[in-house]
Ligand binder design. Structure first.
Ligand code: ADP
Ligand code: MG
Length: 683
């Protein structure tokens, strides 16, 4: 058996041991504290290092980005270098080419120079040839120009001759000309249920066709021929150009009448007065506008023509009337609504309206102003076809007096400012300075006044029945008149959709237009009785339609199917008017000797010479009085006057006849106006 050692007593070692252990423990604790301190320090250091590591990492990242950017830029620079290299290469190549070119230029220039020199030589050669040709051409052009000039002159001459022949033809046909005007299709021609097809077709200057559909029959085509035809493209100037020669005739001694005929809305007022006639221009210097019609243009033309005549040899008086319900109304009277006028036929066949307002005018503006004033009083109504349907015939009369020895200062014509004629009441705002009344004046009264040299104040009273004194219509004075007529619409009753009083107007219009048609028909058939007196219209225009006047009828038509019935009626009227054969017209002369050439009248009126015997012509006294070469005034019986006309110029003969004739009579006394009561329709 193993011996088990006996435990030795170690107790005296234990305190030492404990001390030792305590010491060691303390050492260990100290060591632990030291180590913990160190550990804490290390932690701090670690944190510090970690912080540094973070900033280092950041710096590294930044560095990396910088490096990358650097790499990029190096790459770009590399590319740029490569490009540059290529460019340099190209430049070198170009340079080489340029060098080659420059080296080749001298030889090329020399070559081109040679070519150019050769060309120049050739051009010089051809220039020489061209110069020669040019001279030839110049000669040829000159020759051609001469030929054109001659042809032009011949053409102008031929045109003039043609016009003269045409005018002669028209005069031989009786001096009634008929023109036709088709207005353009307008917006108001369209509408629900309105037939807007164009039916009037202009063929040329003288012909037109109406192609229309007849209900139940079908297409129909009618041709019409007139002295002139105006289409929608012809303007107011074109119309007046054709009308204008008639005005020259006025100063040559003819009465002239221009009338517009046609249905309402066909352009009568547009043609005669112009567009927007209420706004006709009335400046001092009347400037014609494109839309102005025949009246303002004629006014300007009249004064132009008069300006070409000897100074102070003409005067113009204007009257404006309307015929409404067969009554004549003075549109220059403020109370025109109530004044009814009558027509008087003078011995010489001319028509006159006693107590009609006449105004002397000194320029075209005044005429236009008067017409405009008159238009304000004209009867107008709205109808189905036109908002401003004229219900009356408008007649503007310009009476031109030709004074062979100048406008006498004692007549109202001569002096507007110091007129011896008392002024009548002014119509509204209208200047009354040139107003006078067309009164029945015994011509002898003027003669005795002027012959005796009395300067007694002239008296005037209105009204035809009262004897009056009036400044003289001197011997040798030629009076011609221009009548410009805007007729009322020619449409049938029913067309205008009127009733009552308006129906009465329309029936009066229709009756007067029928009367006009009848008069033209009677003239066309050469009937001995021409029914002028069937209406005031034909009666008033008697000496313009059937007398020695020149008449122009302007037939106005609307161009569409809706108005075809009225259009055909109007064209039929125009065609019948053209058939009137009146024989050659006679001009009005101071001696009353009709049928003289225009030249002779022009001469007598321009030279200022009076005929040896001037028959005093003052409204119907032309055939009643004669001034003998000794200056005395004698009544002339009709048969002697006619004898004188047959043997014009045999003054002593007439004087002795007069002496014989008057021997059996009492001494000459002032004659009363000879009112011709016989029906003047017997020509
Ligand atoms: P009417 O007097 O015949 O009743 P208007 O002269 O008053 O007819 O014409 C009717 C309308 O047609 C007006 O508005 C007018 O301006 C116009 N007109 C007529 N003719 C022409 C034309 N040739 N050119 C242009 N417009 C026209
Ligand atoms: Mg009208």
């Amino acid at each position: 058996m193993p011996h088990k050692p006996t435990p030795m007593d170690l107790s005296h070692f234990i305190p030492d041991k404990i001390k030792e252990c305590d010491r060691k423990l303390r050492q260990k604790d100290e060591r632990i504290v030291a180590l913990e301190t160190e550990n804490a320090m290390l932690y701090l250091r670690l944190a510090q290092l970690q912080g540094e590591l973070g900033s280092t990492r950041e710096a590294m990242g930044h560095m990396k980005r910088v490096m990358e950017a650097e790499d990029d830029s190096q790459l770009r620079i590399g590319h740029a270098c490569i490009d540059m290299h290529h460019k340099v290469k190209e430049c070198k190549h170009d340079l080489q080419q340029l060098r080659d070119l420059v080296e080749s230029v001298p030889s090329q220039v020399t070559f081109d120079l040679d070519l150019l020199q050769e060309k120049a030589a050739r051009l010089t050669q051809s220039l020489l040839t061209d110069n020669l040709d040019m001279q030839d051409l110049r000669d040829r052009v000159y020759e051609l120009e001469e030929e054109v000039k001659t042809a032009d002159q011949r053409f102008t001459k031929e045109k003039k001759r043609r016009k003269e022949i045409h005018n002669t033809l028209v005069e031989l046909r009786g001096n009634i000309r008929v023109h036709c005007r088709a207005r353009p299709i307008m917006s108001r021609d369209a509408g629900p249920g309105i037939m807007t097809d164009q039916v009037v077709h202009i063929i040329d200057d003288e012909n037109l066709a109406v192609k229309y559909n007849k209900p139940g029959i079908g297409a129909s085509n009618k041709m019409f021929e007139f002295e002139h035809v105006y289409g929608p493209l012809d303007n107011q100037f074109d119309v007046f150009e054709e009308v204008q020669p008639l005005l020259t005739s006025l100063l040559d001694g003819y009465n002239v009448c221009i009338m517009a005929y046609g249905q309402t809305g066909s352009g009568k007022t547009y043609t005669m007065l112009g567009d927007n006639y209420s706004d006709l221009q009335i400046d001092e210097e009347l400037e014609i506008r494109a839309s102005d019609g025949v009246v303002p243009r004629a006014a300007v033309e009249m004064f132009k023509l008069i300006a070409e005549k000897p100074a102070n040899s003409h005067s113009i008086e204007v009257s404006v009337v309307e015929i409404y319900n067969n009554d004549i109304r003075d549109l220059l009277e403020p109370d025109a609504a109530v004044v009814k006028l009558n027509i008087r036929t003078c011995d010489d066949g001319s028509m006159e309206i006693p107590s009609l307002t006449q105004r002397q005018v000194e320029n075209a503006s005044e005429i236009v102003e008067l017409v405009q004033y008159g238009m304000k009083h004209r009867h107008e109504d709205a109808t189905l076809v036109h908002a401003h349907s004229s219900r009356s015939h408008l007649i503007v009369t310009l009476t031109v007096s030709t004074f062979p020895q100048g406008v006498p200062t004692t007549t109202p014509n001569a002096s507007r400012s110091a007129s011896p004629v008392p002024e009548l009441p002014s119509p509204g705002s209208f200047p009354a300075r040139n107003l006078r009344r067309n009164l029945s004046i015994p011509a002898i009264a003027f003669q005795s006044l002027s012959l005796s040299g009395t300067n007694s104040p002239l008296q005037i009273q209105s009204g035809s029945s009262t004897p009056v004194f009036f400044p003289p219509s001197l011997p040798g004075v030629v009076k011609t008149k221009l009548q410009l007529v805007d007729l009322a619409g020619s449409e049938c009753v029913g067309m205008s959709g009127v009733t009552g009083a308006a129906l009465r107007e329309t029936s009066h219009i229709n009756r007067s237009l029928s009367a006009l048609s009848d008069v033209l028909a009677a003239l066309a058939e050469g009937r001995s009785h021409v029914p002028y007196r069937n209406s005031r219209l034909t009666h008033l225009l008697q000496d313009s339609i059937g007398g020695d006047a020149k008449l122009l009828v302007l037939c106005c038509v609307s161009p569409t199917q809706a108005f075809v019935t009225e259009t055909l009626q109007c064209l039929g009227f125009g065609t019948r008017a053209r058939q009137v054969q009146r024989g050659q017209t006679k001009k009005r002369t101071a001696t009353g000797s009709g049928g003289q050439s225009s030249g002779s009248t022009a001469h007598s009126s321009q030279s200022g010479e009076l005929s040896p015997i001037a028959i005093a012509r003052n409204r119907g006294h032309r055939s009643s009085l004669a001034v003998t070469s000794s200056g005395s005034l004698l009544p002339v019986p009709h048969h002697l006057k006619e004898a004188h006309m047959r043997h014009r110029g045999s003054v002593p003969n007439l004087e002795s006849h007069l002496a014989q004739f008057n021997a059996g009579r009492r001494s000459p006394r002032p004659l009363r106006p000879a009112v011709n009561r016989s029906d003047s329709s017997h020509k």
